[in-house]
Design a protein around this ligand. Structure first.
Ligand code: SAH
Ligand code: SF4
Length: 364
């Protein structure tokens, strides 16, 4: 097999001795290189790509558009193993949560959430998370490892297959599952490139949102590279002291520099940034804090998503009540800042970030 530059590093990265390549790890150019090494033209690579991402063939044997010889070569050198479901739950609001098992036994979460007649898949980019946000179930469990591009892509394929069986199509994804996408920058970008490819799954960039805790170098890099999807920044507090208490990486990436990076992004990309704010009763939902956010963001092209806290086992905070949320929103609007209240979906099935994984860990 030719060296396509990604296989060996990727697998040794995560301590696996798997003999073959995970085909979903390759972007279109790398697939072309792999096939070129076997003497096939790029036309054949486009057939394989379409079998992978348009037909979503579950095995090489089912890639009906390929010649036998190529199917066999692919099957000998690579695999397409779907991520098996370790646990599945669904809630009354229609949210479905899947705990998926990776090849080395790590568990990650993928959630399907219905919202205004559309379905959004919430995708993980890491097993665990190194950022340690105190209210977040994933932060509470610590960091296990980065996901490979293929492990990110395979979650979307899982979601597509579930929906296709119901005659539906997945159009929206948010990288708001387990992990910090900008801490796993390269693998996340490769996965998004695969998912947006026009001749594959072809997710529209406007239907993709990447959410970050505020990794400043990553935000600047996104701006410079000109990626077309939406960016959301998890803010949660408007002073460094308050933010550091909730989001430990705020110590390394202070608010003034973060907001400067956001301006840089908006100026370069010409598009709005979404800010997320988990409303915690008595902690970050006061009128003073709403005014502080207003002052901080008023000169930015911004939209604020207010999310009443989803309680987790490792944090004692409670969600804000309706009156506090309404007042917070009204103050933001005085600064010309639009906001939306987003209910966390599937609360009763622990569909908050990392919660199902934490629950299974506690059971065992
Ligand atoms: N690491 C990225 C993306 C994953 S978390 C980030 O932090 O942005 C996705 C969103 O869920 C973030 O805004 C995060 O702050 C929020 N979140 C995590 N745990 C939560 C909880 N218990 N209640 C409400 N929002 C939560
Ligand atoms: Fe990581 Fe995001 Fe959870 Fe913070 S909120 S611990 S960055 S997943």
């Amino acid at each position: 097999m030719p060296d396509v530059g990604i296989n060996t590093t990727m697998r040794t990265d995560i301590g696996l001795s798997a003999p073959s390549l995970y085909l979903y790890d390759l972007n279109r150019a790398q697939l072309g290189e792999l096939l070129a090494g076997w003497g096939y033209s790029d036309y054949h690579a486009s057939l394989v790509w379409s079998a992978l991402y348009q037909q979503m063939a579950p095995t090489m044997a089912e890639m009906a558009n390929l010649r036998d010889e190529l199917r066999q070569k692919l099957a000998a050198a690579s695999h397409l193993t779907p991520l098996p479901i370790a646990k599945q739950t669904s809630s009354q609001d229609g949210t479905r949560k899947y705990l998926l098992r990776l090849a080395d036994g790590q568990l990650i979460e993928t959630v399907l959430m219905p919202y205004r007649g559309r379905i959004t898949a919430c995708i993980s980019t890491q097993a665990g998370c190194a950022m340690g946000c105190v209210f977040c179930a994933t932060g509470q469990m610590g960091f296990m490892r980065h996901l490979t591009p293929g492990e990110i892509v395979a979650q979307v394929i899982h979601a597509q297959r579930v929906l296709q069986a119901e005659g539906k199509t997945l159009r929206n994804i948010v990288l708001m599952g387990m992990g910090e996408p900008l801490h796993n920058y390269d693998h996340t970008m490769t996965a998004l490139e695969i998912l947006m490819d026009h001749k594959g799954i072809a997710l529209a960039p406007r239907h993709i949102t990447l959410s970050t805790v505020g990794v400043i170098p990553g935000i600047r890099r996104l701006a410079d590279e000109g990626h077309p999807f939406h960016l959301a920044v998890s803010l949660h507090a408007a002073t460094d002291a308050e933010r550091t208490a909730l989001v430990p990486p705020a110590k390394k990436w202070p608010l003034a520099e973060l907001i400067e990076a956001c301006h840089y992004y908006v100026n370069k990309r010409g598009r709005r940034i979404f800010f997320e704010w988990a409303l915690i009763e008595g902690k970050n939902d006061t009128p003073e804090q709403a005014h502080a956010v207003g002052r901080l963001l008023q000169t930015l092209k911004a939209h604020i998503n207010l999310i009443p806290l989803n309680p987790t086992a490792g944090y004692g905070g409670r969600p804000s009540d309706a009156a506090a949320i309404k007042q917070f929103q009204q103050i933001l609007s005085q600064y010309g800042l639009p906001s939306t209240v987003r209910q966390r979906r599937g609360i009763e099935i622990n569909a908050g970030c990392g919660q199902l994984r934490a629950e299974v860990k506690n059971e065992t």
